[in-house]
Design a protein around this ligand. Structure first.
Ligand code: BG6
Length: 492
């Protein structure tokens, strides 16, 4: 068990304190950090939202949330009660004038605390909350602001948000969350690449044939149809999570692990991404929308029915893309990425497929010339596998077959994997922005996404329907098979 070093004492103000993110993710994450002794006893978590509510009522809500979202084995009644004692509440109108004096008075009780302001609200409120914080003198050297995604829905709106927040907070105090960066296995990509000579030497176009990144989900749009229908998979998943994964796979070694060195290298990858133009949109992209089908053996309805019977929506719930990173290291190595809702499995994985051996000394009947593959499982069943060719045991001659060098993180480390938000919240308090997105990264990623969205908007055809519970439209299979390659799950 790793040693836990307590962070500095803080007052974390959570705007959007009654919302879904606070209930599902932030409160459980803070509870775990408290339970493990990382949060000093003088810290407070101050809920802020428009609803008038007593502190006791807020604590009761939090207790219910923790009972729902933390497994019973991790909920110790005494620790839970002690944790709830650190919760406070103020009714504040993010868009208006009410409640700010009360918040200021509460924060003035402990002027020396580190002060994260977590904006778990609609992005429309980011600007006015920041202006109010500044107008009430609540921003100092120890303040930080945390922005949840989506940061805009295109480059223009992202710039407007960044400008509004940037007017009152310097960039070093702005923490833009991409929760994928907080996942243990995603951070492990840095360890895998830059703490092991064997892989880094092979990380080039001479040795790698192509890379696949898959982030599949079994869920549909759940209670978020209103947001999702204005977003779609490209904005919701690709512009942020999948591009961040691609950056970590493709970037050069940063000079150090400090925030700017890492983000400088990621930015270069984003800049090197070849824009998808109207000319090649048909050849390198596939959009899909789930229709009725079955997931985990249960029938589920289609996306349009999930929207309440709206029949015209052209929002994509699945995307597959063939991307190019235009650099010396990656010239000619495609990155195939795909993500979607209502796929057969919740699965995030990165597959690096190496080139096939150039020549075989083995008799033709002994094996197919299977290339080596490195499979990095981000979730679930986190681990790393290297597929290598081995001799089939026995006296029957030289027959070969692929076998795995296989590390399961669960078996190796035998400990709970903390949720991404646990790490990210503590990094905010520590002031470490390495795992957060810098303004220029977000904007370059939007500029790239905008050109693809524009190319799609000009196409007459809607996204292709795929049955819920399948790996997307068959065109996504054709996208990679046209190049003589196969998606990883089809290989087995
Ligand atoms: C969020 C998206 O950012 O990531 C959701 O808005 C998606 O639509 C979620 O379901 C997936 O996150 P995870 O951690 O479950 O893979």
């Amino acid at each position: 068990m790793a040693t836990i070093i307590p962070v500095a004492s803080f007052d974390c103000v959570v705007f959007g304190a009654t919302g879904d993110l606070t209930t599902r993710k932030l409160l459980p994450a803070l509870y775990y950090r408290y339970k493990d002794g990382q949060i000093p006893g003088t810290s407070r978590i101050i809920g802020a939202s428009r609803s008038e509510m007593s502190v006791e009522a807020f604590r009761e809500r939090a207790r219910d949330a923790l009972k729902r979202f933390v497994p019973a084995r991790d909920l110790d009644e005494d620790r839970l009660a002690a944790f709830l004692d650190h919760l406070d509440y103020v009714a504040v109108d993010g868009a208006g004038d009410d409640g700010w004096e009360d918040l200021a008075a509460k924060l003035a009780e402990r002027p020396d605390q580190v002060r994260p302001y977590y904006l778990a609200t609609s992005p429309d409120l980011y600007g006015s909350i920041c202006r109010n914080l500044s107008a009430h003198g609540l921003i100092g050297e120890k303040s930080r602001v945390v922005l949840e995604k989506p940061i805009g829905k295109d480059l223009k709106s992202a710039r407007a948000i960044n400008d509004a927040v940037g007017e009152v907070f310097p960039e070093e105090q702005i923490f833009r969350i991409d929760h994928y960066l907080g996942k243990e296995t995603v951070q492990n990509l840095l360890a895998l690449r830059f703490a092991n000579t064997i892989f880094e030497r092979l990380w080039t176009a001479d040795v790698i044939d192509h890379v696949q990144i898959t982030v599949g989900e079994t869920v549909g749009v759940e209670g978020r149809a209103g947001y999702y229908d204005t977003s779609g998979a490209l904005r919701d998943m690709v512009q942020n999570h999948l591009l961040q994964l691609l950056c970590l796979m493709a970037m050069e070694s940063p000079l150090t692990l400090d925030a700017n060195s890492v983000r400088d290298e990621k930015l270069k990858v984003l800049r090197a991404l070849k824009p998808i133009t109207p000319h090649d949109v048909q050849a390198v992209t596939v959009r899909g929308q789930y229709a009725a089908g079955a997931v985990d053996g249960k029938p589920v309805q289609g996306y349009r029915a999930d929207l309440g019977g709206e029949t015209e929506s052209r929002t994509e719930t699945f995307v597959a893309l063939k991307l190019e990173v235009q650099s010396w290291r990656w010239a000619g190595v495609p990155f195939y990425i795909r993500t979607g809702k209502r796929l057969p499995q919740k699965l995030s994985e990165i597959v690096v497929q190496f080139r096939a051996s150039p020549f075989s000394i083995f008799p033709a009947e002994s094996f197919g010339r299977e290339p080596n593959r490195l499979v990095i499982r981000l979730q679930p069943e986190e681990g790393i596998k290297l597929e290598v060719m081995t001799k089939d045991p026995g006296p029957g001659g030289m027959r070969l077959r692929p076998t795995n060098l296989d590390i399961s993180f669960e078996e190796t480390f035998k400990q709970r994997y903390p949720d991404a938000y646990e790490r990210l919240l503590m990094d905010v308090v520590r002031g470490n922005a390495t795992l957060f997105m810098r303004r220029d990264e977000v904007e370059v990623a939007w500029a790239w996404a905008d050109s693809l969205l524009k190319a799609w908007a000009d196409r007459p055809e809607p996204p292709r329907a795929y049955p819920a519970g399948s790996w997307g439209p068959t065109a996504a299979i054709a996208l990679i098979e046209r190049d003589g390659r196969t998606w990883h799950e089809e290989m087995h």
